[in-house]
Design a protein around this ligand. Structure first.
Ligand SMILES: Cc1cc2nc3c(=O)[nH]c(=O)nc-3n(C[C@H](O)[C@H](O)[C@H](O)COP(=O)(O)OP(=O)(O)OC[C@H]3O[C@@H](n4cnc5c(N)ncnc54)[C@H](O)[C@@H]3O)c2cc1C
Length: 489
């Protein structure tokens, strides 16, 4: 007998599991099944990529999903993003540093994805979600007459074909992008940016790259806590991340524009170590001989779509919908936004109030945001080694993110398309301004000799950013307050 539920979520990764939790918290009467081909226990540390979250995604996890205590207990607080620019061949302490000097009031986290997904599966099960683990979805039949959709799956490698019938089908299968493939909606925008990553056993602390006696360098960050930042080593055409995991291990990744750093130069474990030796020798020497827990790569990772939501009761969330460039870790923001929209569409549908116009508004919001993020970030790869240009861009992009995207995740009043349009009108010419600013950074980067520099910038000492952070990174505002905030920013 097929299982019947209101919502079948195909794929139980970050997007699928968080959506299931949100539905159970906000619409407890809705029955939900999550199907995932993987079975618990999921491995710690050496599991999925995507370990840093922004303040907006942290708000979604901590407040909307009521995971604040859990995150504090099981994951690491993040000491913001931190960038080291400049000459990677010279002493590390001479590299211009852009980051925070102390933990900020609004929290964000670094996540061990294996720990998180094991725990979310358990929380969902306890909340009454039907967790179909070890079940690979083989196909989806979308109903054309308003009836239930059918999700066909196979349990284990040799199991029988089984099915789930559901009013809503959500594709959260990550890069498998089941519905996008099935419906021919997928697009691959963006430049040839590719990545490799691996987890190293134990702690990799950038503070160890600078001798202890350089106390001025160490002391400018409270308790020498740089380890808890999402650290980026920046160079022309690339960034290298170093992210602490609560399991005690460290995630390291190389992300590069292939036009400058051909993929063949870093696409295997051996090649990536050679690449680090050449481009980031201090890190390379420090991690030499460490136990490598895994090694993964992904070529030309950006993904977009022509349509991610439909009034015919299907939705795509997470990587199954879109994937922007990971430089500012916006993926969990897009997951949060996609989940907020999907849960609202399901609520409206059950109340008989879902309209094509609302679905179109949500669809366009996700697609245009994803394309803008990808474009804004990927034009910057050639500038990444230029400390002053890139730091200026990060300041601009942070201000824009805290003014535009973050308020949408912090304030559910913006789920209403009319409210959202009012706020959008208030931000008026932002779209054209940001295009011009990105052009300015590109031209500045092309003409700059890269000689200007700085020692250390704590970006929360910049009054504009401090003000935006205080004003915009909080929830529960009325639409009038949001309009006013947008006018002021
Ligand atoms: C280089 C790089 C760096 C990144 N850094 C960050 C970061 O710092 N912060 C951040 O937020 N994000 C980051 N991301 C993005 C992040 O990895 C993804 O956006 C996120 O993992 C997507 O979650 P998801 O649930 O959509 O997909 P996944 O986590 O991949 O989950 C999909 C699930 O679907 C299941 N599945 C697939 N096919 C089937 C099937 N046929 N049947 C059943 N189950 C199936 C899989 O087993 C899996 O569990 C990064 C990505 C890259 C490439």
């Amino acid at each position: 007998m097929p299982i019947e539920v209101d919502v079948a979520i195909c794929g139980g990764g970050l997007a699928g599991l968080t959506l299931a939790r949100q539905l159970k918290l906000q619409l407890p009467q809705v029955s939900v099944a999550v199907l995932d081909k993987l079975q618990r226990p999921l491995p710690q540390a050496a599991f999925k990529v995507g370990e840093a979250v922004t303040e907006a995604a942290a708000y979604y996890l901590a407040e909307t999903l009521q995971l604040r205590d859990y995150l504090a207990r099981a994951h690491c607080y993040k000491l913001g993003f931190r960038f080291f620019f400049g000459d990677a061949q010279g002493p590390f302490h001479e590299r211009p540093e852009f980051g925070l000097s102390k933990f900020p009031a609004v929290s964000s986290y670094t996540l061990d994805r294996g720990i998180l997904e094991n725990d979310l599966r358990q929380f969902n099960e306890e909340a009454g979600v039907v967790m179909l683990e070890g079940c690979a979805v083989e196909g989806v039949e979308l109903s054309k007459d308003g009836g239930r959709h059918q999700v066909h799956y196979r349990r284990g490698k040799v199991g029988e074909d089984e099915s789930v019938q559901a009013r809503w089908v959500v594709d959260a299968t990550g890069r498998r992008r089941l519905l996008q493939g099935h419906l021919g909606m997928s697009r691959s925008p963006g430049k040839n940016c590719s990545a490799v990553w691996f987890r190293l056993k134990g702690r990799v602390d950038v503070c160890d790259l600078v001798p202890r006696e350089m106390s001025r360098w160490h002391d400018r960050v409270a308790d020498d806590n740089r380890y808890y930042s999402v650290n980026h080593l920046m160079g022309r055409g690339y960034w290298v991340w170093i992210i602490p995991l609560s399991s005690g291990h460290t995630s390291v990744g190389i992300v590069a524009l292939e036009d400058i750093h051909p993929f063949a130069g870093f696409n295997t474990r051996q090649q990536s170590m050679r690449w680090l030796e050449r481009h980031e020798p201090a890190l390379s020497a420090y991690i030499a001989g460490r136990e490598v827990l895994d090694f993964r790569c992904m070529r030309r990772y950006s993904r977009s779509s022509r349509k991610v939501f439909s009034a015919d009761r299907w939705a795509c969330v997470g990587d199954a919908a879109v994937f922007a460039d990971p430089f500012y870790a916006p993926a969990a923001d897009l997951i949060a936004l996609g989940n907020l929209f999907t849960a609202e569409m399901i609520r409206l549908d059950l109340d008989g109030k879902l309209t094509e116009a609302t679905v179109r508004h949500y669809d366009q919001s996700v697609l245009s945001l994803n394309d803008m993020l990808t474009r804004n970030i990927q034009v910057a790869y050639p500038l990444m080694g230029n400390a002053v240009v890139m730091a200026s861009k990060v300041i601009w992009d942070t201000a824009a993110g805290w003014s535009l995207l973050s308020p949408q995740i912090f304030n559910s009043v913006l789920l209403d398309p009319e409210n959202s349009k009012r706020v959008r009108r208030a931000k008026g010419s932002y779209f054209f301004l940001t295009l011009r600013m990105q052009e300015l950074f590109t031209q500045w980067g092309a003409r700059s000799l890269g000689r200007a520099s700085f020692e250390f910038v704590d970006f929360l000492q910049i009054p504009l950013l401090l003000d935006l952070r205080k004003r915009n990174l909080r929830g529960g505002k009325t639409v009038e307050e949001l309009v006013e905030d947008h006018r002021e920013s």
